[in-house]
Design a binder for this molecule. Structure first.
Ligand code: S3P
Length: 444
C-alpha cells in the first residue's frame, strides 16, 4: 500500500532503435526466502547458491541472524552457508525488521509462533499498512499469542509462541504467504495441520519441506502438514520469472528486439504469465530453450523476440499464478490489439502499493487507455503502432514492481519517460538498471 517517504532518485528512459542481449535475472525471491528460513530450522548445514540479493531477501537473512541463525557468504556472489538450528531459535534482543517484505514478515511469523520467547517484528511504512490479520488469526488458533496494531491487524506484531497444535483451516484467499506461515507453524505443532486452499498459489514451501524430509500430503487444493524435523539441503535457486517478465514484455512489444534470459524457474504455479502471452499470440516469439530440472524446480532459458499481441480476458485460478506480473502485463496490454480485461485480482490492492490504482494512474500519465475496476482493470490496447504510449514523468509509489513496469513502458513509449523512485527496483532486482543499460547496447 502506498507510503509517504520521498521517492528515491529518478531515471530517464527513451525507446532505443533496438533492444537485445543475454542476461540472467536474480534468484527467485520466493525460493530464496524459503531456502534460508527452512534451512534455518533444519538439522545440519546447507549451501544456498544463486540467492537473490534483493532487499527483501536480505531482510529475511538479517531477521534470521537476529534469532540466532548463522548465515555467512560462501565465496561466489549469491552463495551462502546456513547453519541449521533445528527447532530451537534464540530470543532476539531487539525488534526484527522485515523492511518492505511481506514474505519475510508473514513466513517468519510462522516460525516465531513456534518459539517459546517474545519477539517483535515490524517493517517500513508500506509493510505496516498491509493486512496481517490473515496470518494472526490462524496462528492464534494454533495457540500462539500475537498482538498487533488495530485489533491485531497490522504490524508491528508482538509474538509469544510455543505450544502449538495442528488446526484445520479454510484459507480465505489464495495466498502462498499465509499458507506458508501456517505450514511452517504446523511443522512444530502437535498433530496434523489441514489447509483448504481456494485456488493453487505458489508451492515452493511444499516442495522444499518435502525435499527436506518433511511430509506434506496434497489432495487437490487440500494440504495436510505433518509435524516434522527437517534435514538441511543444498539449494540452487533458479532465476526469478517475476523479474524475467519485465524483459519478456520489453522484447515482445519493442519492434526490434531479441533477448535471451538465462536460467529462469518455471514452476507451474508461477508460469501464468507465459500462458497468457501464448493466449495473446506470442507463439514462437517466446521460446523455452534447454529445459532442465535444477534443485527440484523446472528451469529453462527464455528467448524473446518482437511480435504483435492481441487482448485477452483473464481471471479465476490463473490470477495467483501471475499476480506479481500484472503491472508489466498491463504495459504489454497497451500494445496489444483490442481490450484486455483482468478480473479476480483484488489481492493486488494490498501489495507493496495498491497495484490496481498505481498501475492505472501511472500508465494513464503515459497516455494509456486504462480503467480500474474493483478487482482488476481494463486496458484498451492500441496495437503495436508508434504512439501507443507517450513518455511522461511517473512514480514508483515505493513499489519495486511499479518502478520496473514503468521503466519497460519507457523503453516502448514515444519520447522521454522519467521514473521517480527508480531505486525501489532493488527490493527484488538490484541490477535492474544495469541490465536495462546492457539491453540498450544490443549485444546480441
Ligand atoms: C509470495 C507470494 C505472493 C507474492 C509475493 C511473494 C511468496 O503473495 O505476491 O510477492 O513468496 O509466498 P501472496 O501469495 O500472499 O498473494
Amino acid at each position: 500500500m502506498s507510503t509517504a517517504p520521498p521517492s528515491s532518485p529518478s531515471r530517464d528512459i527513451s525507446r532505443p532503435a533496438s533492444l537485445g542481449g543475454i542476461l540472467s535475472v536474480p534468484g527467485d525471491k520466493s525460493i530464496s526466502h524459503r531456502s534460508l528460513i527452512l534451512n534455518a530450522i533444519a538439522r545440519g548445514d546447507a549451501l544456498v547458491q544463486g540467492l537473490s540479493g534483493g532487499d527483501d531477501v536480505i531482510s529475511t537473512m538479517r531477521c534470521l541472524q537476529a534469532i540466532g541463525v548463522n548465515i555467512k557468504p560462501a565465496g561466489a556472489a549469491g552463495s551462502y552457508t546456513v547453519k541449521g538450528q533445528g527447532a530451537q531459535l534464540t530470543e532476539p534482543s531487539d525488534i526484527l525488521d522485515a523492511g518492505n517484505s511481506g514474505t519475510s514478515m508473514r513466513l517468519l511469523s510462522g516460525i516465531l509462533a513456534s518459539q517459546p520467547f517474545i519477539s517483535v517484528i515490524t517493517g517500513d511504512g508500506s509493510l505496516r499498512s498491509r493486512p496481517m490479520q490473515r496470518i494472526v488469526d490462524p496462528l492464534k488458533q494454533m495457540g500462539a499469542q500475537i498482538m498487533g496494531r488495530q485489533n491485531d491487524s497490522f504490524a508491528p506484531l508482538v509474538v509469544r509462541g510455543g505450544g502449538l497444535k495442528g488446526i484445520e483451516y479454510d484459507l480465505p484467499m489464495a495466498s502462498a504467504q499465509v499458507k506458508s506461515a501456517i505450514m511452517l507453524a504446523g511443522l512444530s505443532a502437535t498433530g496434523d495441520t489441514v489447509i483448504h486452499q481456494p485456488a493453487l498459489s505458489r508451492d515452493h514451501t511444499e516442495r522444499m519441506i518435502t525435499a527436506m524430509g518433511g511430509k506434506v500430503e496434497e489432495n487437490g487444493l487440500d494440504l495436510v502438514i505433518h509435524p516434522a524435523n527437517l534435514n538441511a539441503v543444498d539449494i540452487t535457486v533458479p532465476g526469478d520469472i517475476s523479474s524475467a517478465a519485465f524483459w519478456i514484455v520489453a522484447g515482445l512489444c519493442h519492434p526490434n528486439a531479441r533477448i535471451l534470459v538465462r536460467g529462469v524457474g518455471l514452476n507451474p504455479s508461477r508460469t501464468g504469465i507465459m500462458d497468457v502471452f501464448q493466449e495473446m499470440g506470442a507463439g514462437d516469439s517466446l521460446q523455452l530453450l534447454d529445459r532442465r530440472t535444477e534443485g527440484g524446480e523446472p528451469v529453462a532459458d527464455i528467448l524473446v523476440t518482437s511480435t504483435e499481441l492481441h487482448g485477452v480476458e483473464i481471471g479465476g485460478d490463473l490470477i495467483p499464478r501471475l499476480l506479481d506480473e500484472v503491472p508489466v502485463l498491463a504495459v504489454a496490454a497497451c500494445f496489444a490489439t483490442g481490450d484486455t480485461v483482468i478480473r479476480d485480482a483484488a489481492e493486488l490492492r494490498v501489495k507493496e502499493s495498491d497495484r490496481i490504482a498505481t498501475t492505472v494512474s501511472e500508465l494513464t500519465l503515459l497516455g494509456a487507455s486504462i480503467e480500474a475496476t474493483g478487482d482488476g482493470m481494463v486496458i484498451h490496447g492500441k496495437g503495436s503502432g508508434p504512439d501507443v504510449l507517450n513518455g511522461a514523468d511517473c512514480e514508483s509509489h515505493n513499489d519495486h514492481r511499479l518502478a520496473m513496469a514503468m521503466a519497460v513502458a519507457g523503453l516502448l513509449a514515444e519520447g522521454e519517460t522519467t521514473v521517480h523512485g527508480a531505486a525501489d527496483a532493488s527490493v527484488s532486482y538490484p541490477d535492474f538498471w544495469q541490465d536495462l543499460e546492457l539491453l540498450l547496447q544490443d549485444v546480441r
